[in-house]
Design a protein around this ligand. Structure first.
Ligand code: TXA
Ligand code: MG
Length: 305
């Protein structure tokens, strides 16, 4: 990561520069109408891992993917009639829809934390819209703050929280809404409100915190169906070993011991192990520093699920 974070006022040049950085796999902070987002190419797992690295999140929460319009959204997710109606009513705007993920979607599995659903939003802000147009890829973007601190509504908030950890902030002044988007799940059955926000959707029922879609409910996120053993340097006969560094395994998170690469591959390899012939999964030791903390958190939850 760069040690100097630049702030550029929103302009065509600033967006061109931001798009270049994003194409090179780096996350960039940009204004939306709700809060500033930390945007990266949602189809590039390494780029998404760098979002988590910059935020210092202790775990992997599924992220919201931003797209320029409903047509782009329907290439990634499956929209029911009700979901289309909501999208037509509120997009572009501060509404996020959680819908089933298409099997053909190019989204990196780290974005959804391995879930079969995806959160999608068409933002109204011209800066984020311009960036989407310029990059031509869906952008994963959580709020642009370090884990555990409040969401940024000004470029200065982003700088205070993530200065030195990201290369660029596109400053478009204070955000209009100042509150994160409303999240509605349209994954079958009644529409469910998962997060309150600027938009009131009368027909949605309150989401239940024991449901897999509930924001922040990390314990209920994707876990493999097989028993999982941690800190394994040798596989038992019925185990699929997910390796790291020197511990080769049946598949390796990162042969060079790079935690960004390991985070990027984590959910793909958990799915691979789950789909393998072996009855159990073992995982090599992963160091606890940096992104390793988030990887270990996810593995602990999978091991005790
Ligand atoms: O206003 C906003 O929504 C801002 C701006 C930048 O667009 N973004 C934002 O993203 O708030 P983030 O990552 O901070 O919040 C994502 C929320 C989390 O609470 C997460 O649990 C939920 O969306 N979420 C994402 N994917 C989900 C899924 N597949 N199922 C259920 N919840 C999901
Ligand atoms: Mg947030």
């Amino acid at each position: 990561m760069p040690d100097a974070t630049r702030i550029l006022p929103y302009s065509t040049d600033a967006i061109a520069e931001a798009a270049d950085l994003i194409r090179n796999g780096l996350p960039v902070a940009v204004a939306t109408e709700t809060v500033y987002g930390l945007a990266a190419d949602a189809t590039n797992a390494g780029a998404v891992a760098r979002i988590y690295e910059a935020k210092g999140r202790p775990g992997f929460n599924p992220l919201i993917v931003h797209v320029p319009d409903l047509a782009s959204a329907t290439e990634i997710g499956e929209f029911s009639t009700e979901a289309v109606d909501l999208a037509k009513q509120y997009w572009p705007g501060p509404l996020t829809l959680v819908v089933p993920l298409r099997l053909t979607s190019p989204i990196a599995s780290l974005v959804t934390a391995g879930l079969p659903t995806i959160a999608l939003r068409v933002p109204a802000h011209p800066a984020m819209q311009a960036l989407l147009q310029e990059v031509g890829r869906p952008l994963a973007a959580p709020s642009a703050n370090a884990s555990g601190s409040i969401s940024p509504t000004r470029a200065e908030h982003v700088l205070k929280s993530l200065g030195g950890r990201i290369p660029l902030i596109v400053d478009a002044g204070p955000t209009e809404r100042g509150l994160e988007s409303t999240i509605i799940a349209a994954t079958g059955g009644p529409l469910r409100l998962l997060r309150r926000g600027p938009i009131e959707v009368a027909q949605a029922v309150e989401g239940h915190s024991d449901k897999i879609e509930a924001p922040g409910q990390l314990a209920s996120h994707y876990a493999p169906s097989k028993p999982l053993r941690l800190n394994a340097s040798e596989p038992l006969s019925d185990e699929f070993l997910i390796g790291f560094g020197q511990v080769a395994g049946d598949a390796n998170l990162s042969e060079s011991g790079d935690l960004v690469e390991a985070a990027a591959r984590l959910f793909d390899l958990l799915h691979l192990a789950d789909d393998s012939e072996q009855a159990r999964i073992a995982v090599a030791p992963i160091p606890a520093d940096g992104l390793g903390a988030a990887i270990n958190d996810r593995l602990h939850r999978a091991a005790t699920a």
